[in-house]
Design a binder for this molecule. Structure first.
Ligand code: G3P
Length: 217
């Protein structure tokens, strides 16, 4: 399973990159707004900086909702850097646009996916990635990881090439369960990635090893 970081914060991207396990980045308008980025030039410049930091796909979301708006924005975003993947919402116009991008060799990430039916449409349109938001499904009292399992099962049965990108990750356990479910990619906030490191027995064990090592000096 590939590890993407779900943030537009450069320090967090650098920290995940320093770990040596980072395969890509996803952003969305809320994450970009959180960084205080305003205006087309600043947005494009920020995407360029991220693309130069990471050797892998960087999802940049369109803001328009009509076919023409999505296609024209996506074409501009794709020109920023070869790492850019155009992130498109799961709406009727979005699916039409994803098909257009597929036919024109532009990579896409179909976002805001909450059902297997939506994931089938994204794959039929040729999306490079599909992003089911499992944390938000959990928030509404359903099991988000079950949706990941269902989509992985359908894609395997049908031979769809679209990669399942588990999004809206909230905990380290989400990452573990997505790996078990066969997700191709997990996009995670930094604390969830770092949470994978933690185990009290590791800390206790290391403490003891260091104590014993000190007696050998
Ligand atoms: O990038 C999309 C997704 O990961 C959003 O996560 O935590 O806002 O539901 P969240």
């Amino acid at each position: 399973m590939k590890f993407f970081i779900d943030t537009a914060n450069l320090d967090q991207i650098r920290e995940a990159q320093d770990l040596g396990i980072l395969d890509g980045v996803t952003t969305n308008p809320s994450l970009m707004a959180k960084e205080g980025i305003k205006g087309r030039d600043a947005i494009f410049e920020h995407y360029k900086t991220i693309c130069e930091m990471v050797d892998g796909p960087v999802s940049a979301e369109v803001l328009g909702t009509t076919f023409d708006e999505i296609v024209s924005e996506g074409k501009e975003l794709a020109k920023i850097h070869e790492h850019i993947v155009v992130k498109v919402p799961m709406i009727k116009e979005g699916i039409k646009a994803i098909k257009w991008f597929t036919d024109n060799d532009i990579k896409t990430n179909c976002t805001l996916v909450f059902s297997a039916g939506q994931a089938i449409l994204a794959a039929k349109a040729g999306a490079t990635f599909v992003s089911p938001f499992l944390g938000r499904i959990d928030d509404s009292n359903w099991d988000g990881v079950q949706l990941i399992e269902e989509i992985v099962g359908i894609y395997n049965a049908q031979g769809y090439m679209t990669e399942v990108l588990a999004a809206s990750i909230r905990t380290p356990l989400h990452i573990v369960r997505c790996a078990a479910a066969g997700a191709d990619v997990c996009t995670c906030p930094l604390p969830s990635i770092l949470g994978l490191l933690k185990h009290p027995l590791t800390d206790l064990g290391l403490q003891q090893f260091l104590k014993d090592a000190a007696t050998m000096k």
